[in-house]
Design a protein around this ligand. Structure first.
Ligand code: DC
Length: 226
């Protein structure tokens, strides 16, 4: 039997889901580092398809074309995100691409086309997967499911800081409105709507320092907390 294939099936997964700008990405990466696990940023995959769609002028409702873009996706992740030889780390973080990602993510065909790619990230000794449907759909057998959230204001503050740090223009009112619209779209779509997976532990990070959030999840995984 081929050992890598066996690892893929059995390596433990920690699923961290939650709304946009809840701090999932940073938290998930730090949990992965603390445990020596691999890391999947599933939102980056939706953003990569969105970037391709924007550039190739594929419409947000062109289900078949979007699924084809997703099926052909061969991204490379290390510190940077590289697609077709181009460093797109910053390009996929722009607000425009984020909004397009949220719009195309309603397409079941596109979600199905990304499923296998996401599952291939599962490797020994384990995976921390961050997204919207990691615990509910992609890795329903995850050993730990966390639903990480924060108030809209706290998330807008964080997003504002992130964008300003990267030199992108950021307007607080527009950010608040965009977050609310994106929450509504992500939560109300028929295909894999954003909601806590069954058995997920809820964690509100609005008033918690990031170190505390990371420690709580690592402790949960190690069975030191309930
Ligand atoms: O986490 P993020 O903001 O980078 O995700 C961008 C968009 O991708 C988000 O608005 C919804 C979509 N997404 C999704 O539908 N399912 C996932 N597992 C991850 C992201």
């Amino acid at each position: 039997m081929e050992p890598i294939a066996r690892d893929k099936g059995t390596a433990p997964v920690i699923a961290i889901d939650g709304p946009t700008a809840s701090g999932k990405g940073t938290v998930a990466q730090r949990v992965a580092k603390a445990l020596g696990f691999h890391y999947l940023d599933s939102g980056a995959l939706y953003r990569l398809v969105a970037l391709k769609a924007v550039r190739q002028r594929v419409a947000a409702d062109a289900a078949t074309e979007l699924a084809a873009l997703a099926a052909g996706l061969q991204p490379h992740f290390n510190d940077r995100v590289v697609l077709d030889g181009e460093d797109v780390t910053d390009a996929i973080r722009s607000e425009d691409v984020g909004v397009m990602a949220s719009r195309i993510a309603v397409q079941p065909q596109l979600r199905a086309a990304l499923m296998d790619l996401q599952r291939r990230f599962r490797r020994a000794p384990g995976l921390v997967a961050d997204g919207r449907d990691m615990g509910s759909v992609v890795f329903p057998d995850a050993v730990l499911k966390v639903y990480l959230t924060a108030s809209v204001q706290a998330r807008a503050d964080r997003r504002h800081k992130q964008l300003s740090d990267k030199g992108f223009p950021a307007n607080m009112r527009a950010l608040l409105q965009d977050l609310r619209e994106r929450d509504a779209r992500d939560s109300s779509r028929a295909a894999s709507p954003l909601k806590p997976a069954e058995g997920a532990k809820l964690l509100d990070s609005s008033d918690l320092p990031i170190d505390t959030v990371v420690k709580r999840i690592v402790d949960w995984h190690r069975g030191m907390a309930d």
